[in-house]
Ligand binder design. Structure first.
Ligand SMILES: [Zn+2]
Length: 244
């Protein structure tokens, strides 16, 4: 219980917050809006948020910045308890809704600067000639041969100077617990769908895969001493192959 001005404010329990979250999801559904909540599998307050390289790398990247250190643990708890009831990753921006003590969930927007042209070009060039790396990547695993590329200073993981937050809660802090919860939520989403990180940083994952396949076909055809050609469209359905 906390004392605010003339009245006592009872901090809601996790169970109460979860009930509010379920109601918010249901209210949106009745209006025809389907939320995409962040779910951390398993039970227990210490269970891992991420299990794959991508999610772990996203979380490790933000945890190394002291600017974020104070608020991150509360955000982690919020995320684990299912308070991030909607999270959408798009090019350069993440929109999310986080359930707090109010009836209406808070709206959070996280804007991330797109990669520089130079960094984009470096990633494109390396991916275009590494189809096996891309296969590993699309399968949710991590292509070790591309590690330096992704974790370099101008790699796929953003630094605080490239990230801007906004939350409509009354907490005046720049990085409130709702924003922190969404930052972990992004890691969990990337754990399941790593190609969204490419999209978030302004790269088109579909075109990367298509170019990699085209280059692979071309080099294969050269090897069998036959003329190469523009046979990609006719023979390879990249959507089916990679589930894009
Ligand atoms: Zn907030």
């Amino acid at each position: 219980m906390s004392y605010y001005g003339n009245f006592y404010y009872k901090t809601p329990t996790v169970g109460e917050l979860q009930a509010k979250a379920r109601k918010s999801i249901e209210r949106a559904r009745k209006k025809g809006v389907i939320y995409d909540p962040i779910v951390v599998p398993g039970t227990g307050s210490q269970r891992k948020l991420c299990t794959n390289w991508w999610g772990k790398a996203w979380c490790a990247n933000m945890e190394q910045y002291s600017d974020y250190a104070n608020r991150l643990p509360r955000g982690q708890r919020y995320c684990r308890n299912g308070m991030v009831i909607d999270l959408q990753i798009e090019k350069g921006v993440v929109h999310a809704k986080v359930q707090g003590s109010d009836r209406t969930p808070y709206d959070i927007t996280i804007t991330i600067k797109p990669l520089s042209q130079k960094a984009k070009k470096a990633i494109q060039e390396r991916c275009e000639f590494g189809i096996s790396s891309l296969e590993t990547l699309v399968a949710g695993e991590f292509p070790k041969e591309l590690q330096d590329l992704f974790t370099a200073k101008e790699g796929l993981f953003p630094s605080p100077s490239e990230i801007k937050f906004h939350c409509d809660c009354p907490d005046g802090a720049y990085l409130c617990k709702h924003v922190a919860a969404v930052m972990y939520g992004i890691g969990i989403r990337l754990d399941q769908k790593p190609l969204l990180l490419f999209e978030l940083r302004g790269l088109d994952p579909k075109s990367l895969v298509e170019k990699a396949i085209a280059n692979k076909l071309e080099s294969m055809l050269k090897n069998v001493d036959r003329p190469s050609g523009r046979i990609l469209d006719a023979q390879v359905n990249t959507n089916e192959l990679f589930g894009l």
